[in-house]
Design a protein around this ligand. Structure first.
Ligand code: MG
Length: 179
């Protein structure tokens, strides 16, 4: 039985985007994110984080630092009864990546690689899935992966191909209408 997913961008959605956040001290959860995840779990969604992390490729922080922060983040979610099933990240950047990190990766949003990989790993039904992001590149990745429900959260980017939302409650309300 395939399950739908809520795909979450990280910076600007789960936590305040301070630019290349890689330390617990700089990681400030967005108010309401735990209750959004709890609500979506109740509706049957898997919770999958998909995050571009070119800061790794640029040499600003290491893969290990990223993994440690992700583990801490998932522990925090679990403590709030809002489990995140998986975190996918793309460390590459086509121009600014150093060494092996300099590549035009199919995983880097706006490309859909991370979403497609997660769909395979977790038996997701993309045709019933949802993405919540704060950039046009998030929305384009969802479009390319065939994710029909796309929400753009507190963004300066134009809400083309997405529903613009300012509060997480609006997302839950829309998803309740679908189920
Ligand atoms: Mg973002």
């Amino acid at each position: 039985m395939l399950r739908p997913a809520l795909f979450l961008d990280r910076d600007g959605v789960i936590n305040v985007d301070r630019g290349y956040v890689h330390r617990v001290d700089d990681f400030e959860f967005m108010p309401g994110i735990f209750s959004l995840v709890r609500g979506c779990r109740r509706l049957g969604y898997r919770i999958i984080v998909v995050t571009n992390q070119a800061g790794i490729g640029r040499g600003y922080y290491s893969e290990q630092q990223f993994q440690a922060l992700s583990a801490w983040m998932q522990t925090r979610f679990r403590a709030e009864a809002a489990e995140v099933d998986a975190v996918y990240h793309c460390p590459h950047h086509p121009e600014h990546g150093i060494g092996i990190y300099r590549q035009d990766s199919h995983d880097r949003k706006p490309k859909p690689g991370m979403l497609l990989k997660a769909a395979k790993d977790w038996s997701l039904d993309l045709s019933r899935s949802v993405l919540l992001g704060d950039r046009a590149s998030d929305i384009r990745a969802a479009l390319a992966a065939g994710v029909p429900h796309r929400f753009l959260y507190r963004s300066n980017d134009p809400p083309e191909d997405a529903i613009a939302v300012a509060e997480f409650d609006e997302v839950i309300q829309q998803l309740q209408l679908l189920s």
